[in-house]
Design a protein around this ligand. Structure first.
Ligand SMILES: [Cu+2]
Length: 333
């Protein structure tokens, strides 16, 4: 999907009327509203040439050679699962789910560029294309330079089993790749995947294909009139299914251990953006629902501050309601 100039203007006008900018500079013109004149493109993973895929994957691995940015004795790579796990209850099943992960992926992209000299684009993984044929998705390529690899030998095992950390990825660029955290503890282990072909019911068979099909996404997008309807539908069903079907390290709160996490969440972010484009004037400012997990019913607000524990500056939700602004500057192609 490409932005037309009409939608681009609509995005800018939504930005200019956001509370954050309106308060700071009441006479800001549309041009002054954003310094983002050449947004970076985010393409689908399988459209990248092999050398760009290889460059992306080596930048991801490079993060394991850089020091923690938040004062841990582990690496910059580990900061991401660590922060995500610490904040788990504040960023899931709450309105902040989408904006928090939007900025989280951006922080990751920025680390790949600034700390690991990556020059290519941040890719997303359109798993709708893999609904019904999940294990044969090209993203699971066994190329040792440009493939994320597939599942472990032995198939699905519950993450609750006594030793949950033995489903090692054995092919692709992350074969025998080690990660450091597991849930809230430091527990070094091989990157785990254990593809889960549903749990037996009709609806969940075939890799839960129905949960992330094109038809399901269209249904969510078309039938969610407001943010508080759209976000839980996206989080609970397609987003959750992809975590569950991959299994292994994608299941616990340290799921950013799996490098696929960031391509998955770029896709979730893209789907939010597509939903916003249907009516940008309204939807670029539509943020509503519960601020905290039940039973706290405090309503969420654009002025809510999103925490990142030092990985990046804490920011208000309003800062990331669009993807082409002073802080974020990218678009999906
Ligand atoms: Cu998350």
């Amino acid at each position: 999907m490409r932005l037309t100039s009409a939608t681009y203007l609509a995005v800018l006008s939504g930005l200019a009327s956001s509370p954050r900018l309106a308060r700071g500079s009441p006479v800001a013109s549309r041009q002054e509203a954003s310094s983002c004149t050449e947004p970076a493109s985010r393409p689908e993973w399988r459209t990248l040439p092999d050398d760009t895929k290889a460059e992306y994957i080596s930048a991801v691995k490079c993060l394991t050679t850089k020091p923690s940015r938040i004062g841990l004795d582990t690496t910059l790579y580990d900061d991401f699962p660590y922060v995500h796990a610490q904040l788990n209850l504040d960023i899931h099943f709450v309105a902040q789910f989408l904006p928090w992960h939007r900025l989280f992926v951006h922080l990751y992209e920025t680390a790949l560029r600034d700390d690991c000299t990556y020059t290519g684009p941040m890719p997303y993984w359109d798993w709708m294309q893999d609904s019904g044929t999940f294990p044969s998705s090209p993203i699971f390529s066994n190329s040792s330079t440009s493939g994320f690899g597939g599942t472990s030998a032995g198939g699905w095992v519950s993450p609750a089993r006594p030793n949950p950390l033995t489903s090692c990825v054995t092919d692709g660029a992350f074969a025998d790749f080690n990660v450091t955290y597991y849930t809230l503890s430091k527990q070094s282990h091989c990157l785990n995947r254990a593809f889960n072909n549903g749990t037996g019911t009709e609806a969940e068979a075939n890799w839960e294909a129905a949960d992330y099909s094109t038809a399901t996404i269209a249904n969510i997008t078309d039938n969610s009139a407001d943010f508080k309807t759209f976000w839980p539908a996206l989080e609970n069903t397609p987003h959750g299914a992809i975590h569950a079907v991959i299994g292994g390290d994608m299941v616990p709160q340290t799921s950013p251990n799996d490098p696929l996490f960031f391509l998955h969440h770029a896709q979730v972010d893209r789907l939010w953006w597509i939903w916003q484009q249907v009516d940008p004037e309204t939807r670029n400012a539509d943020f509503s629902g519960n601020k905290n997990q039940a039973p706290d019913e405090t309503p969420a607000a654009l002025t809510d501050v999103m925490p990142y524990l030092g990985l990046g500056p804490n920011m208000t939700v309003s800062t990331v309601m669009t993807i082409e602004n002073d802080v974020l500057c990218y678009t999906y192609v």
